[in-house]
Design a protein around this ligand. Sequence first.
Ligand code: C5P
Length: 239
Amino acid sequence: VPVVAVILAAGLGVRFDVDNPKQLVAVGGRPIVAWSIEAFESNPRVTDIVVVVNPRVRRTVEKIIMGSGYSKVRMTIQGGVERVDSTGAALQALSDSGLPSDAKVLIHDAVRPFVAQSSIDGCIDALGQFNAVTVAVPSTDTILFARDLGDRKVVRDVPDRANMFRAQTPQAFRFGTIRRAYAKAATDPGFHPTDDTRVVVDYLPEEPVAIVAGSETNLKITTTSDIPMAEWIARYEEA
Ligand code: C5P
């Protein structure tokens, strides 16, 4: 079956530098989005890649794709206002292209340039047994579940750390499963999920989402303060 990577690169980076979208910033001499595409291009089990962009980054991303000679990138897709809209646009484009419902779809944040091959393989393998999987790492910090008390946050609960994970990407699904979850979510305009696992958990509650091992180097570049760490990892990755 097709194994499709969806690279989400349509964010405006409002927590970063609005004049310089973070997915285009170079680390280790290469734009962040190029690292992310390369991770899937170089995995022999991935058959196709689509990249979700916005009008501000489209030309630059297309130049990067042309200049790098990637053979698996099929199209760039216009994203939406929120991450959930960008994923939705990609799913619609894949549906229009006739992707079968048993295809494996790996949805990845372009701003996680150092995803490990073992995590990509782990997703593809786990989809043999599950319809939904997410990459995550066990939390070494104790997680505090907070609530509001006046203008302050106070601790509501301290969940057992052994069951606490930090979600990363890729998050991977059988195409039919993620399509169904998104179709249901579309009926709820107040729904603002920050990842795709949430869409499945909320709208297909009977569907188990398997956890696949991520890594601490699968850093999400969110603010400019993440760049020094990214440079450090880039140097280590190229060694
Ligand atoms: O905003 P956030 O940090 O959660 O973005 C995660 C990823 O989703 C980034 O790679 C970003 O480019 C992408 N994104 C998107 N479309 C949006 C918002 C975010 O493709 N509207």
